[in-house]
Design a binder for this molecule. Structure first.
Ligand code: EPU
Length: 426
């Protein structure tokens, strides 16, 4: 197993290019199951999760070929209907094959994901929605066995809470259903817009993109896709926070600033200068504050898009340990997403967790010191990297396979910004 070593205290400078979004690539890869033929996906990040998803598609009978960031998936011969436990347990997004397999073959058997490092994460909304479309689901041996006789039938599906992969699964099921489906209180994340564009490009008829009410007029067949994955807003946000936390000055390029409304506002409130370009975002400390050892402390509360993203909560907490006073970070999406707190405390952060909120007492730009810490999930790990970059001295972050699930070329990209960071065998 590898660990990451970080020599902190160096202000990051320069430009970093953002990769395609993991959480858009995975549903778009699942959508290739909907139509036989060769699909082309562009700007696909090469990550542990996208590789795992390719293994799942191969298990179902699809063939794929990658050339740089272009992925060609041939889904002509889909023979399997099962997402096995050993794949689902390493990547919950495997559940995304449920909708497209049912639409194409009328059957899907997917291992129930179970709990994970950030919460219980049930899939009851996915199952309830599919049942509304005429699917019968049984649970046996830890698997959801879903079947439908002929085509699914359009219906109204209401989500109690907007679910990202739930909305994606129902979209992929409904595009080939008979009649019209309406998804109410649907999630509005930009990754869903990317999936809607891909499906409409394949011949689907979906209305209401970017809204919480999606109307899907079912069609009889779809054609193969040629689609580009949107830039990863969470990766972009992570680098912006890293640059800010080191007192640096830089630019993330190849991203979409419109996908980060809440983060950019919070960074401005913290006292940083944000400059939005067409496909880039600049970040720096204001002239009058350079040399000052504090950021302003800012509260955040995670919410479905366009609210503050849960996937950038841990990173913002690392930044707020460098604040001037107290702030409250409230997590409303997942019940167990404060695993990074104990590790940040090992680096000198003063944080108290009370239920769904964490109170962070900022100690200024020189408040953290390097320490050995352990990564627990993907985004918690990136917050430890940010803290390590900001801290004085050396940090060792173990279990970095979590980071490899979602950050393409992390070491190269950070080194390009001037960070002293490298991997070693544990
Ligand atoms: N929920 C249910 N029942 C369901 C589905 C969801 O109760 O059937 C609850 C969840 O437990 C949670 C809330 O609804 O409290 C929202 O969860 P959602 O379904 O939106 O999460 P997800 O689709 O499983 C995706 C991302 C996550 C991201 C969340 C929230 C992908 C592949 N994953 O998960 O990404 O945190 O949306 O934005 O798109 C990550 O990239 O690190 C990551 C965890």
């Amino acid at each position: 197993m590898e660990k990451l070593l970080v020599e902190g205290g160096i202000p990051l400078q320069g430009e970093v290019r953002i990769s395609g979004a993991k959480n858009a690539a995975l549903p778009l890869m699942a959508a290739t199951l909907l139509s036989p033929g060769v699909h082309t996906l562009r700007n696909v990040p090469d990550l542990r999760d996208t590789r795992t998803f390719l293994r799942l598609l191969a298990h179902l009978g699809a063939r794929s070929e990658r050339c740089d960031d272009v992925l060609r998936i041939d889904s002509s011969a889909i023979v399997g209907v099962e997402a096995p436990y050993n794949l689902v347990k390493t990547m919950r997004a495997s559940v995304l094959v449920l909708g497209p397999l049912l639409a194409r073959l009328g059957r899907a058997k997917v291992s129930l994901p179970g709990g994970c490092a950030i919460g219980a994460r049930p899939i009851n909304f996915h199952i309830m929605g599919l049942e509304r479309l005429g699917v019968s689901c049984t649970l046996e041996g830890g698997y959801v066995d879903a079947r439908c006789n002929g085509r699914m039938r359009g219906n109204v599906v209401y989500f109690d809470i907007p679910s990202v992969t739930g909305t994606e699964n129902l979209l992929m099921a409904a595009v080939l259903a008979e009649g019209t489906t309406v998804l109410k209180n649907a999630a509005r994340e930009p990754e869903i817009g990317n999936l809607v564009d891909m499906l409409n490009g394949m011949g689907a008829r979906i209305e209401g993109r970017d809204s919480d009410c999606l109307t899907i007029h079912g069609v009889e067949a779809l054609r193969p896709a040629d689609c580009t994955i949107i830039p990863d807003r969470i990766e972009a946000g992570t680098y912006l926070i890293a640059i800010a936390a080191t007192g640096g000055c830089g630019r993330v390029v190849g991203c979409n600033p419109r996908h980060l409304p809440s983060l950019l506002e919070k960074l401005r409130c913290a006292g940083l200068v944000i400059e939005e370009g067409g496909d880039s975002i600049g970040i720096s400390w204001p002239e009058e504050r350079r040399g000052e050892p504090f950021l302003s402390s800012v509260d955040i509360k995670t919410m479905p898009y366009p609210g503050y993203p849960t996937d950038l909560q841990a990173q913002f907490m690392a930044l707020m340990t460098l604040g001037r006073e107290l702030c409250v970070i409230t997590e409303t999406i997942f019940e167990n997403r404060f695993m990074h707190v104990a590790e940040l405390q090992r680096m000198g952060a003063s944080i108290r967790v009370d239920g769904h909120s964490a109170v962070v007492s900022g100690r200024g730009m020189h408040g953290l010191s390097g320490a050995p810490v352990m990564a627990t999930d993907l985004r918690a790990s990136s917050s430890l990297v940010i803290a390590a970059l900001a801290a004085s001295g050396r940090s060792e972050i173990s279990r970095i396979y979590h980071l490899e699930r979602g950050y393409e070329k992390l070491v190269e990209k950070l080194s390009g910004l001037g960070a002293r960071v490298w991997k070693e065998e544990e």
